[in-house]
Design a protein around this ligand. Sequence first.
Ligand code: F6P
Length: 556
Amino acid sequence: MASSSLICETGPWKDLRAHVEDIKKTHLRELMSDTERCKSMMVEFDGILLDYSRQRANLDTLNKLYNLAETAHLKEKISRMFNGERINSTENRPVLHIALRAPRDSVINSDGKNVVPDVWQVLDKIRDFSERVRSGAWVGATGKVLKDVIAIGIGGSFLGPLFVHTALQTDPEAIEFAQGRQLRFLANVDPIDVARNIAGLNPETTLVVVVSKTFTTAETMLNARTLREWISAALGPQAVAKHMVAVSTNLTLVEKFGIDPNNAFAFWDWVGGRYSVCSAVGVLPLSLQYGFSVVEKFLKGASSIDQHFYSAPFEKNLPVLLGLLSIWNVSFLGYPARAILPYSQALEKFAPHIQQVSMESNGKGVSIDGVPLPYETGEIDFGEPGTNGQHSFYQLIHQGRVIPCDFIGVVKSQQPVYLKGEMVSNHDELMSNFFAQPDALAYGKTAEQLLNENVPQPLIPHKTFSGNRPSLSLLLPLLNAYNIGQLLAIYEHRIAVEGFVWGINSFDQWGVELGKSLATQVRKQLHASRKKGEPVEGFNFSTTTMLTRYLEESAD
Ligand code: F6P
């Protein structure tokens, strides 16, 4: 394929298009009755079992997807990423989040320089700092131990760390290391979020970590100034040095803000915001809460998937398989959404994190060469833990729109069960649903079955389930720091695979800029109207009316 041509113009893409008609003739019920097919659609790596037999696909589909991947130069693109080439062409940057979790002795070059020693220098600094804070060697301005941390950040500087923190919060090993400490996240510029974060906290025992790749994000910087004031007002301005540290690629702005550069933890341009949880963005707050040794296991889990992604053949490669199946669902079967359904409350923040990783990466309208795309990219990701989601939006998934689902289950719960003597334990009850839902979606329920159950005729259309609704299942042995790292990396790479095949740049995010610049215009207007009484000007009728109403009714 010539570098500027679109993947949809290639033979393998057209071949898959034609193949859709074959697949449409076969219901998942039939596909599931072929045991050999199902056997070939189960793949295991490092304790994680993927079952994709409930995809509307057969072996022919898979072969055609592998052809597509080859035509899209998937293998070469993965290698270019691992080799530190500047694959984020619109920002002229390499994409090297894999280096953040690489073993200390590995070599990953960018522009001829091995970046791994720099990564470990920061990791060592985090280990040292977090140990000093946790042990009380580093104390606040009044000599008290800093037992509470507020991490200020938004988007990629928030969602990944929040997901990992939430997942570790109930892990017995992590609990032991948390030792009564608290970690909170302040993301929204809404004063309500500020109030919730500082509620019940004492500035004397609080450490604030300002996390921002650019150190210019309006919401984060306003929240950082607010908490700087919260600390100064209680303890005096000199206390800021003891109570505020930063994570950023922009150490100049960190210093300008008033944070000692010695208390700043760097990362690099080659780490995308949404791929930054394994940098100081996640590692610092998580190490402060759980200790570095727990976080190191998380990094090891992610690294194990990196190696697998780089070297496993496509038919055994979890991220590649998941990515290709998503392409099949979105671009060929025409399903625009994907539900992420972990059967684990600990993973309640997984879907929100993946929403950003996926939708900010692959929601694009042009190819990497700037050519408008005649096909849609990205999917609408959403999700909730089961079984909560079952009592919320599953009705639509079962009888309304077709939404491919990812079911994520864990063999051993993080927590013991209290109630004995029930028919099944809480965890078995949860997992009963994890195993049942994919079959309900795949097989459905026919009118004939309902008739046999003596369902009254008028109710039969309402109680019929068409089935033939695709899903896949991932079964993890446990949910500890290592497995959480694996899960993260599987999804990060899956999303990269999708972008590589669609021929887009999954690593920029120009689509967030327009809203930011319009907000600047509104901000200036609010300032001018409030301070100088200037009328609202330069906006359309709708915005003028709404802004005027807001100004009038919110005036002091
Ligand atoms: O929303 C756009 C974005 O640039 C994200 O990509 C990023 O994760 C987030 O803002 C926060 O940016 P920063 O870490 O620079 O504050």
